[in-house]
Write a protein that binds this ligand. Structure first.
Ligand code: IMP
Length: 499
């Protein structure tokens, strides 16, 4: 007979945190949200850490290079989606690794022989108002001058005028040497009252621009997540099919950590993938999943996973539970897997970080997931709403929305994520939907509010670290009636339009 579990599958909304004593030391400013990303031994610390406990989902509609840069600048990490060609994914990783805060590759360039009309067209197309003039018109060509809005008058000047006749030429430019630091570049900008500083190498080739405004922005990112060379950290999603080709390309491109992306990670395909990586690239770090119970966790730990992702069927766009009848309430899954992780730590002294993946619908769910044992959270819907996600912003019924689609939807057709080992490639049925999420603006602004809430809740629980929260939080189940009590009730909420 089948094993029938006696517990009922529960999710975050069915729990609340009970406050613990808040002492004078326990204030939001003192809360440290750093957390381990990969396994480590007792007494040691993780070789990769996050500064905030958040990673963005391995999805086309969430994690490209733009999101990866924005999130790492704010202390988290993106796993760039793997449902694209190896070359494209590696290129995205390269772009993140090449990104130097404040040093911007010149994306709008022309030659001296182009015309004012070309400048206007390029500006309209790219939105950039600073254009590099290089010998061959490329972003790293020999620098001959730059054009900014001050160099021409679009309504008065002749559109056929040549670039060389109105650009600010090289001999009038103040430039910085390739290799200087951002503070040094900033000093040059201030001393010379510049808006932009071209950075050139020993052959006068254009390498970057440093803009005055970006320097200020850099100072606003104290949690930036970087490697020892001060490059942003970035992760990459892989699958259990083409890993022999994909993994070397991603590592070569500079990926700091990999993660096998699968809706059901309790499989021999994951074991083989991890074994391949550990044998051929012993230093590479790879997460695996997703699992929802101790058996799945133990299997992937034995296979050598560096962290384990928990969650099946809880994603906002996910219809796996409806389609296949597999999955588990996210809270139940986290609680059981975290207990297995703690048991493993007790027995072996090896700590395996857990990632709670999917189903975070409220900010307080994040604290619950952490309290239940997650070291960090993977989110799709949350990040899809921001400017930095790769999808279109659209007006739907009078409101701005962003597109958000599942990897198992017909739109993404990421059949490798749902690989069941059949020789026949392709997505047999959908496990995800194509949807809209309300547009929410900039990642940084939203994150500030969310992190503020997390810290406040942690302080209510008497914790200033995630570890402390995990060890001491008091959690209670809630009845359906007390959920009603938790919202505004027995009042008529005023319409904000009524003064
Ligand atoms: P969300 O944060 O609730 O939107 O969930 C995001 C998570 O859903 C991802 O990290 C994946 O684990 C999962 N996911 C992504 N695409 C699909 C899909 O098409 N079907 C089922 N789950 C998906």
């Amino acid at each position: 007979m089948a094993h029938i579990s006696s517990d009922v599958s529960t999710t975050f909304s069915e729990y609340l945190l009970i406050p613990s004593l808040t002492t004078k030391d326990c204030i939001p400013d003192k809360v440290d949200l750093s957390t381990p990303l990969v396994k480590y031994k007792k007494g040691e610390s993780s070789s990769l850490k996050l500064n905030i406990p958040m990673v963005s989902a391995i999805m086309q509609s969430v994690s490209d290079d733009g999101m990866a840069i924005a999130l790492a600048r704010n202390g988290g990490l993106s796993f760039v989606f793997g449902s694209q060609t190896i070359e494209n994914q590696a290129e995205m990783i390269r772009k993140v690794k090449k990104y130097k805060a404040g040093f911007v590759a010149s994306d709008a360039n022309l030659t001296e022989e182009h015309t004012l009309q070309d400048v206007i067209n390029l500006k309209r197309r790219t939105g950039y108002s600073t254009i590099g003039v290089t010998e061959d018109g490329t972003s790293n060509g020999k620098l001959l001058g730059i054009i900014s809005g001050r160099d021409y008058r679009p309504t008065k000047d002749d559109p056929s005028k040549k670039v060389k006749d109105f650009m600010t030429p090289f001999n009038k430019l103040v430039t910085g040497k390739f290799g200087i630091s951002l503070p040094e570049a900033n000093d040059i900008i201030w001393d010379n009252k510049l808006n932009v500083l071209p950075i050139i190498d020993e052959n006068d080739r254009l390498r970057y621009f440093v803009f005055r405004k970006d320097y200020d922005a850099h100072k606003e990112h104290p949690l930036e997540l970087t490697d020892e060379n001060k490059h942003l950290l970035v992760g990459a999603g892989i699958n259990t099919r083409d890993y022999r080709d994909r993994v070397p390309a991603l590592l070569e491109a500079g990926a700091d950590v990999l993660c096998i992306d699968s809706s059901d990670g309790f499989s021999v395909w994951q074991k083989e993938t991890i074994e391949f990586i550990k044998t051929n690239y012993p230093k590479a770090k790879v997460g695996a999943g997703n699992v929802v119970d101790k058996d799945g966790f133990d299997y992937l730990v034995a296979a050598g996973a560096d962290f384990i992702k928990v969650g099946i069927g809880g994603g906002s766009i996910c219809i796996t539970r409806e389609q296949k009848g597999i999955g588990r309430g996210q809270a139940s899954a986290m609680i059981e897997v975290a207990a297995a992780r703690d048991e493993h730590f007790e027995k072996t002294g090896e700590y395996i970080p857990l990632c709670s993946d999917g189903g975070i619908a409220q900010d307080y769910h994040m604290v619950l997931a952490l309290a239940m044992g997650a070291d960090f959270l993977m989110m799709g819907r949350y990040f899809a709403r921001f400017d930095e996600s790769p999808t279109r912003k659209m007006m739907v019924n009078g409101n701005y929305m962003k597109e958000y689609w599942g990897e198992g939807s017909n739109r993404a057709r990421n059949w490798q994520r749902y690989d069941m080992g059949a020789s026949n490639d392709g997505l047999k049925f959908e496990e995800g939907v194509d949807s809209f999420v309300p547009y929410a603006g900039k990642l940084k602004d939203n994150l500030a509010v969310t992190l503020g809430k997390i810290k406040a809740t942690m302080c209510s629980c008497g914790s200033i670290t995630i570890k402390q929260l995990m060890n001491t939080a008091k959690i209670t189940k809630v009845s359906a009636t007390s959920i009603v009590e938790g919202g505004a009730h027995d009042v008529i909420v005023r319409d904000s339009n009524i003064k």
